[in-house]
Write a new protein. Structure first.
Ligand code: LMR
Length: 335
């Protein structure tokens, strides 16, 4: 007959107790949500990520812990999408220029001179067409949770850019977007794809001569220190789609998912309200630094940039879809 010695019994009991304690702990351990991004904290996206963390940890105390990794410190922009799909990070907010392998429709946001102002961007993003893009990548495992603004992009270089011909032959850093490559080819400049973390050094060493960014990205990456001129062209948009891994998101307890969704909606409203002021503040900081002249275009000069860049639309309208482009254009005139 099998007999347990007192020692073996004690040992078995303590193992069971340890196992139970561990199971109880993991049942109550908070869900860790890693939110990774590539910009500085004092930017619209950086502030949005921190607000999301704050509200989630306040309202879901003990249930959720949000770890925010800014400045490409966990994943750079070449790797973050892959990491999201692998489940190594749970929320990211890539710029809308970084979705071309996942959704052709999202390329619409890169079309130069598409939106008259940020109010038009708001209207399009809130429209059925804009909202439809958030769920357009579910089959690839990506769920869109909302849009966050950064703002309109400005051209920068070490020579003054008044007209498209001034950009001829210059090397411009672009995000990983074919539309943006074509945009610079349209003014006979040379686009170079480069990850965000490398832009400052690229400009400093002359690997590239110019770039396009909203003021908040220029200032927070100190690009103004290596660019003598900024042309306030407002020629294109740099906004974000906040996305999560579909399987991770659908696997969250329903109450947690519902609350996180509410928080995300609230944070999106706040980010989109603050972004313009943040960019204007950084424009002033650049002026105060006296490193860089900011060029304001006349209407005629700006029209020349628009005429030179707009033919890019034709190249992509098949992929993007004319209905989507019409919906975006309609957002310009709506009140
Ligand atoms: C860029 O690469 O220029 C931007 O996408 C960076 C960002 O996230 O704002």
């Amino acid at each position: 007959m099998f007999k347990l010695t007192a020692k073996a019994l004690a040992c078995a009991l303590s193992l069971t107790i340890a196992g139970l304690a561990q199971a109880a702990e993991s049942a109550t351990a908070p869900i860790v949500i890693k939110f990774s991004h590539v910009v500085a904290e004092h930017t619209p996206k950086g502030q949005g990520a921190l607000l999301f963390k704050q509200l989630a940890e306040e309202r879901l105390a003990g249930k959720v812990k949000v770890e925010v990794y800014p400045n490409s410190s966990l994943f750079g922009d070449g790797k973050e999408m892959e990491a999201l799909l692998l489940g190594d990070v749970h929320i990211i907010a890539p710029s809308l220029a970084k979705f071309e392998h996942y959704s052709k429709g999202v390329q619409i946001f890169d079309l130069p001179f598409l939106f008259d102002d940020m109010a038009a961007v708001d209207r399009f993003q809130a429209s059925p067409a804009g909202q439809g893009l958030l769920s357009s990548m579910e089959d690839k495992g990506i769920t869109g949770l909302g849009y966050w603004h950064n703002g309109l992009k400005q051209l920068s270089a070490n020579k003054p850019l008044y007209e498209p011909k001034d950009a001829r032959g210059l090397k411009f850093r672009v995000q990983a977007s074919q539309v943006l490559e074509e945009q610079f080819k349209a003014v006979r400049a040379n686009p170079r794809k480069m990850s965000f973390a490398e832009v400052y050094q690229g400009l400093q060493t002359g690997v590239v001569n110019g770039a396009e960014n909203p003021y908040s990205n220029i200032y927070s990456q100190k690009m103004h220190e290596v660019q003598k001129y900024i042309t306030e062209s407002n020629h294109g948009l740099l906004d974000y789609m906040v996305i999560t891994n579909t399987k991770f998101w659908n696997g969250l307890p329903e109450d947690v998912r519902g609350e996180l969704r509410k928080i995300m909606d609230e944070v999106s409203i706040e980010v989109n309200k603050q972004a313009e002021a943040l960019n204007q503040g950084d424009k002033q900081r650049i002026l105060d630094a006296k490193t860089t002249e900011i060029i304001t275009l006349t209407d005629e000069q700006r029209a020349k940039w628009r005429d030179a860049m707009k033919p890019v639309w034709k190249k992509f309208e098949g992929e993007i879809g004319t209905d989507l482009i019409k919906a975006a254009e309609a957002a310009n005139s709506a009140n």
